[in-house]
Design a protein around this ligand. Structure first.
Ligand SMILES: Nc1ncnc2c1ncn2[C@@H]1O[C@H](COP(=O)(O)OP(=O)(O)OP(=O)(O)O)[C@@H](O)[C@H]1O
Ligand SMILES: [Mg+2]
Length: 145
């Protein structure tokens, strides 16, 4: 995806549907950075990714656990989904303890990061950036940057 591309979804289901289409383009090794305010749809999108990968466990916004790992059994190349929510991280040490820079090298996993701005320029250059904006109660704008 080279050009910026945006879509306004009308429901949670549609946001998940966009996510599931998006996953079909991935091969493993991708870092996906989700930008946007509280309640803008980042976790909902992640649930759509997980659904497409056949993950049955419920994905929510981790409260104290910053990183969750989900095994993937139904994809030829992607064997794990890492879901990271950096909202509550305060210090560089919080982040270093996660082993994030190691998991970013794994070619048979994908990593979804909510609040990636918390680690600023440490996000790999080739990360896929997606921005979420609240439009109204049921609508969210999703921009593939
Ligand atoms: N079109 C839509 N797409 C996604 N979510 C929607 C949509 N319309 C309404 N919502 C609601 O918006 C909220 C999105 O919450 P979600 O947890 O996905 O946000 P988030 O960006 O992960 O927030 P946080 O930064 O707090 O983790 C949910 O309550 C969901 O029901
Ligand atoms: Mg969230």
């Amino acid at each position: 995806m080279h050009e910026s591309h945006e879509i306004v979804t009308q429901s949670v289901a549609e946001t998940k549907q966009i996510a599931s289409k998006f996953v079909k383009k991935l091969h493993g090794g991708e870092v996906i950075a989700l930008y946007g305010d509280l309640g803008s749809g980042k976790t909902t999108f992640t649930q759509g990714i997980a659904g497409e990968l056949g993950i049955k466990r419920h994905i929510n916004s981790p409260t104290f656990i910053l990183l969750r790992t989900y095994d993937v059994v139904s994809h030829p190349k992607i064997k794990r989904l890492y879901h990271l929510d950096l909202y509550r991280t305060q210090t560089a040490q919080d982040i270093e303890g996660l082993g994030l820079y190691e998991i970013m090298e794994e070619k048979d996993a994908i990593i979804v990061i909510e609040w990636p701005e918390k680690i600023g320029n440490k996000i790999p250059d080739q990360s896929i950036m997606i921005r979420f904006d609240y439009v109204d109660e049921n609508k969210r704008k999703i921009t593939f940057v």
